[in-house]
Every structure is written in structure tokens, then in C-alpha cells.
Design a protein around this ligand. Sequence first.
Ligand code: NI
Ligand code: MN
Length: 227
Amino acid sequence: MAKLCFLGHAAFKVTGENASILIDPFITGNPVAAVKSEDISDVNYILVTHGHGDHLGDAEPIAMRTGATVVANAELCAYLEGKGVACHSMHIGGSYTFPFGRVKMTPALHGSDIQTEDGLVPGGNPCGFLLNIDGVTIYHAGDTGLTMDMQLLASENVKIALLPIGGNYTMDVHDAAKAVGFIRPEIVVPMHYDTFPVISADPIEFIKAVGGKAEVRVVKPGEVFDI
Ligand code: NI
Ligand code: MN
């Protein structure tokens, strides 16, 4: 059985039978990070939804240290490959079967530029991920506003949806609750809130807004659960 660990903000670690996968490993500079970047080992793949610092995060140093392969859009991969990181590039709507399972890249309504020492570098289109591992499908929405496209996810048999609820840059609790109605997951885990004051949100308000459409699991950074 796969395990899901919430690392804080939008960062998760999925541990399956054949692989450990990080998603959006924003660790350094993350005020609610559950781990230290240098303590992260045994990672095989790193899924990155977009180029913003709170998602690309520590992907480069962790990939360089562990030899993990980054899975991201073609533009982010070109940027990271230029730094010596092993990448598997994909694009919106595409799916690929990896040794651990299948990944599909889903649309997200957001930006994706990369902040570098030399200024902003274009990071392609932002995305979310459907990750099928050990027979279970996880949806990580990335940063996104509510979209009608999310209705298409109802046929993807999503067991766990990881949805941003913090507002300002992404869906707030009310739009995220509408997304739950579109996606129809068994379980929803709110993320991307309370990391910074501008994305404060009340998960209890989210539970009320979801209103029984799915089980809402509010997890603290560092919490691990079976999926
Ligand atoms: Ni972002
Ligand atoms: Mn973000």
C-alpha cells in the first residue's frame, strides 16, 4: 500500500512499492516545512507542477544529490537539464507509464515563470498531475483557479485530491469545494494555505463548503497516511 506524507504547503512525498516520489518540494524557505532538504534521501522521481519558487523549490539540489528524475513540462525540464538535472519532459494532456505507475499532466490556470539570479525565465505552462501508483489515483492540482476542465477528472477515478484552498493565487475554500463536486474524489486534502498570511484559510470552512461530497482530511506537515 502506498503512503502519502504531507511536507507542508503543496509538497508531498508518495512512497509506493517501487518508488519514492516528491511533488513540489518547496522545503528551504518554507516556514511550515516538515523536513530539511538535506535530510531527504531515497527519492526516485520529483514531479514539479510549475516554476514558481514555492513549487520548484528544492527540486534541483535534491535531484542532483539523489539522482532523482524530475518530471515537469518541457520548458522547466530544459531549464533544469541545463543545470545537469535528469528530466523526463511531458506536456498538458500527455500521460506516460513510468516503472512506478502512470502520470498524466493536467491543465492548471496559473503562471509558471522561474525566478533566477538573472531575472525571470519562462517556465512554460503550469500543470497538475494525476498519479496512478499501486492501483490508486492521486490528483495534485498544482496552483490553479477553478476550471470547468476539472469536470473531466470525474472519469479518472481519483481516490485522493490534493487541492489548494488558500485563495489569492489559487482557488479559495468555496471554489475548491466546487472543484470537489467536479472531480468527485473519495478523499480531499486541502493544501497551499496558512503558509503565509496572504493565503490564510480555515479548513473547517472548507469542510462545511464540501458538505459531505468527499471525506476532507486536514493534515499537518509531517503527517503520513496510507492510501
Ligand atoms: Ni504558483
Ligand atoms: Mn504556489
